[in-house]
Write a protein of this length. Structure first.
Length: 200
């Protein structure tokens, strides 16, 4: 089958789209435990980028798990496939000229390394939302920890499944010490130079 797939050369390139947008396109990947604040911080950052004229799109469990990945469970192999598909989607969105914000637990280092390979290292910004499991469980925004403790949810990261924290993230946010605005400003400062489109 693969030998019958022939790449078509389109006239509009990624660089053309970036030039039209007047900013670079890349992936901002938020990783951390459920309830750590990933989606909240990503949402506020996207608003800040949008107001600055940056073309963006946010991906999270709500728009991925209910659609393209609704056939996947939370078993380890399905988690890996979930992340692989999100990385491929992100790669297409980067090619379209967008800054992509993806908020996913993504508990395994090997899966996050695979994202880098798919979108290319230069297009990958890793944000570690570092919140203790105790604090996440205290917040329990979606009631998942309570269900996991009751045995109603299997493979709950931080409870019955592991979370492999990034060792050298591009930005680390400690939500128990920083406000949402402080977190957003820290991330924005890190990516500000990366956003600038340079034609030469």
């Amino acid at each position: 089958m693969k030998e019958n797939i022939i790449t078509h050369n389109y006239q509009v390139s990624k660089e053309d789209r970036q030039q039209q947008n007047n900013h670079n396109s890349f992936l901002i990947w938020f990783t951390g435990l459920s309830g750590s604040g990933k989606s909240t911080i990503a949402n506020v950052l996207e608003q800040k980028l949008f107001e600055a004229g940056i073309r963006t799109y946010a991906l999270d469990g709500d728009n991925i798990r209910k659609g393209i990945n609704k056939d996947l469970t939370f078993a380890p192999e399905d988690r890996s496939e979930n992340i692989r598909r999100i990385a491929e989607i992100s790669s297409l969105m980067i090619d379209s000229g967008l800054v992509v914000l993806a908020a996913f637990v993504s508990p395994y280092k090997k899966d996050r390394e695979n994202i880098k390979k798919i979108v290319k290292d230069v297009n990958f910004v890793e944000i570690y939302i570092n919140t203790s499991v105790e604090e996440c469980e205290r917040r329990d925004v979606k009631g998942l920890y309570k269900k996991a403790r009751a045995g109603e949810i299997l493979n709950m990261t931080g409870i019955s499944a592991p979370y492999e924290a990034p060792e050298q993230p591009d930005v680390e946010i400690k939500t128990e010490e920083q406000t949402i605005d402080e977190a957003v400003n820290k991330i924005f400062s890190h990516i500000e130079s990366k956003l600038k489109y340079n034609n030469g």
